[in-house]
Ligand binder design. Structure first.
Ligand code: 3H9
Length: 694
């Protein structure tokens, strides 16, 4: 084996040259890899002792794409296009032998090869759209020529990878191989040579794109079918246009068009935000004082206390991940009701074809309901999801302390209460942590893990690892009222109430946030979630919310009663403004002596979002969040903040903290100290810095 560069080795198996890319962890196409591939192809192309070339990767995966950290930096030669031209133009067969994930630029490398083989577990995709980009190294031109336009559109616009069977069926790979991959790749290359198969260049294939030429309706229909899920994103439309170019233009011109569309995206604020977010999400997994090798408890069995909506949803996460889970409820009928809802959820998924009947039964089989609290004794983790009242929670934890095995992790799903006080009900506060799931708990990806003052590193490592295992994005936060997400949300809620009294119609506020990119406005969202829960909690705590309380007093609890902040026609979830509510708001405003006026969309946006940013600054200063980007991850995964705007802290940096601070000072002069800028916001604004420079 000889090294071509630090990242690419050359080996010879009989008359086949093997180029092995070795750039851990994911073999990204960094400069050294491109250089190694270029020189390796040149050298082996010229070598008369070599009949064919195999490209394979060391480590856990085939090339997972361009090196995203290089985007935005000055380009370094050779570019990927040059390498791909060399591969495709090689005078002897080049075969890609694929394992792990061939993604983005990685898949594009394979598409420049004359043949592709992969192991059964390999996955193939062009996920650039998730970074706000499009496949910029010929992917939009070559993929449709291989798999057809519809399949290519689906793959490129969703960004989701396909498996080996699907890839084989669609002609993306030539064979599924097993055993040693390099040996299989070499054997395949020898077969190509022996059978004198042609140097198949995808660029020359026309049949599958020709089939759609002159049929613009194919694209129109596709655009319609994805309109809802791509709303607000810039990249999907450019992806579609690039595939249109593959159909309408000769290959070389199609590549030029792809380049134009790619550069447009590369420089867009949306892609900048999405690329930032890719790393933000991965950064959130890193806890400075809990290194990755901190031992975590192995979770073989779990338990959930409470079979309500949250408890049931949490139990589903365990069952989905194949972990047996015991669900404890006090009364048999409540337990049956809770497990009934779980079954209904699974059956609904099955009816949409996303689970088989056997899957439903297997998952239900992993969930054991009981009214016997002692049944949790052998669980490795217990998650409490009972009523949100401190005395109730403490009673549960004191009980758990007496029953659970010594090394069990005791977690609470509280969304507001003090985890330290809950932990104080046990003699093992080091084993206690908050695991704050978001509703619906089986769907929402965010998991706020709340570290108590005494939570041990093992407890923290266990909660983080568990989060990943059950498919969540865990973010570690500290103890305070509402933790990160709800604490910031509270600021938005407070201001939205003031805005409505000052004259901003509910549907205008909802529209402003939907136009910003949230999937729903806050009032439509409240109507969907139900207004009665908050009302009951307020009554329990002796607090009031004049408008919401009066709405509830009329028995209007949201969608489920056909009316809440808005009214709903039967069988229709579209929120319609309701004069009854408008009158309630006008009455409350009059009683409070509040003068009403027209309020602009811009003012609404600033007044709803700036207080959140300000609260985020306080959260950072207090060390409740480890880093600004963690707050962004929480808002994107927990509250539907549009990922193409990065998250509230990234967004604030783009606007400029000085601008935000100055606007807050203006509002402080008008409306009071609620608008006082947080010390950190002031400091950074003075220094001309952003949150992400911290
Ligand atoms: C592209 O290809 C454009 C082309 O069309 C060409 C245009 C000219 N670059 O996710 P993990 C890091 S765009 C740099 O935790 P997993 C990642 O930050 C690219 N770094 O592992 C992390 O670092 P750290 C299209 C990258 O096993 C570490 O690797 N491709 C890249 O859960 C491990 O990552 C994509 O969008 C990269 N491309 O998942 C694929 N990828 O340890 C993006 C990863 O310091 N990657 N890193 O935190 C992925 O989807 C996942 O990483 C993958 C592995 C599925 C591969």
């Amino acid at each position: 084996m000889t090294a071509i560069t630090e990242f690419v080795d050359l080996d010879r198996r009989r008359r086949v040259a093997v180029l092995t890319v070795n750039n851990p962890p994911v073999n990204a196409l960094s400069h050294g890899v491109r250089l190694g591939l270029r020189d390796g192809i040149r050298q082996t192309s010229a070598d008369r002792e070599v009949d064919a070339i195999v490209i394979v990767c060391a480590g856990r995966t085939f090339i997972a794409g361009a090196d995203i950290t290089e985007f935005g930096k000055p380009p370094r030669e050779p570019g990927l296009h040059e390498v791909l031209d060399l591969i495709e133009g090689a005078p002897k067969p080049v075969v890609a032998a694929i394992h792990g994930t061939a993604l983005g630029g990685g898949l594009e490398v394979t598409l420049a090869c004359h043949y592709r083989v992969g192991v059964k577990s390999a996955r193939f995709g062009l996920p650039e759209v998730k970074l706000g980009l499009l496949p910029g190294a010929g992917g939009t031109q070559r993929l449709p020529r291989v798999v057809g336009v519809q399949k290519a559109l689906q793959m490129i616009v969703s960004g989701d990878p396909i498996g080996a069977d699907d890839a084989l069926k669609n002609g993306l790979i030539d064979e599924i191989v097993d055993g040693d991959l390099t040996a299989a790749g070499v054997a395949f290359a020898e077969k190509v040579v022996r059978e004198k198969r042609p140097l198949r260049k995808i660029r020359d294939m026309d049949e599958k794109v020709a089939a759609v030429r002159g049929k613009p309706e194919v694209f129109a229909e596709f655009r319609k079918s994805v309109a809802r899920q791509v709303r607000g994103f810039r990249a999907p439309e450019n992806c579609i246009r690039a595939v249109e170019a593959a159909v309408d233009l000769p290959f070389a011109r199609g590549l030029e068009r792809e380049r134009e569309l790619f550069l447009e995206l590369l420089n867009s604020p949306e892609s900048k935000a999405q690329r930032y977010f890719f790393f933000a999400e991965r950064e959130a997994a890193k806890i400075p004082d809990v290194p990755a090798d901190t031992p975590a408890r192995e979770i073989k069995k779990a338990a959930v206390i409470g079979a309500g909506t949250m408890g049931g949803g949490i139990a589903m996460n365990f069952a989905n991940a194949g972990i047996p889970v015991t669900v404890v409820e006090m009364a048999r009928d409540a337990l049956d009701r809770g497990l009934g809802v779980v079954r209904k959820n699974y059956e609904a998924t099955a009816s949409r074809g996303r689970l088989t009947k056997e899957d439903v039964e297997r998952r239900m089989g992993l969930i054991t309901g009981t009214t016997d609290f002692n049944a949790v004794g052998d669980a490795d983790i217990v998650i409490e999801a009972v009523f949100e009242e401190m005395p109730v929670k403490k009673e549960v934890f004191a009980k758990l302390d007496g029953i659970c095995k010594p090394d069990a992790v005791l977690a609470t799903n509280t969304s507001t209460l003090d985890v330290n006080e809950i932990a104080s009900a046990t003699r093992r506060p080091e084993s206690v942590i908050g695991t704050h799931f978001f509703s619906p708990a089986n769907v929402m990806r965010l998991l706020e893990n709340v570290r108590g003052a005494r939570s041990s590193k093992t407890t923290v490592a266990t909660a983080m690892a568990l989060g990943r295992r059950i498919g969540k994005v865990p973010v570690l936060v500290g103890v305070c009222h509402g933790f990160v997400g709800n604490r910031m949300l509270h600021q938005r809620g407070r201001e939205s109430e003031k805005l409505m009294l000052e004259g901003a119609p509910l549907h205008q506020m909802d529209k402003v946030l939907v136009d910003f990119g949230f999937p729903m406005g806050p009032f439509a969202m409240s109507d969907m979630a139900g207004l009665d829960v908050g009302w009951r909690i307020r009554k329990g705590r002796g607090v009031t919310s004049p408008v919401a309380d009066r709405i509830c007093e009329l028995g209007r609890f949201g969608q489920k009663t056909g009316a809440g902040y808005f009214k709903y026609e039967s069988g229709d979830r579209t929120p319609k403004p309701d004069p009854v509510v408008e009158q309630i708001i006008a009455d409350v405003a009059r009683e409070g002596g509040i003068e009403r006026r027209q309020i602009s969309d811009q003012e609404i946006l600033e007044r709803l979002l700036y207080p959140m940013v300000n609260e985020g600054a306080k959260i950072l200063d207090e060390g409740i969040a480890i880093r600004a980007s963690d707050i962004d991850v929480i808002w994107v995964y927990g509250y539907g903040w549009p990922v193409y705007r990065g998250g509230p802290m990234f967004w604030a940096d783009q606007i400029g903290l000085e601008t935000i601070r100055d606007r807050m000072l203006e509002l402080q002069r008008k409306s009071g100290d609620e608008w006082a800028p947080a010390p950190l916001l002031n400091r950074l604004a003075d220094q001309g810095k952003g949150f992400l420079t911290l």
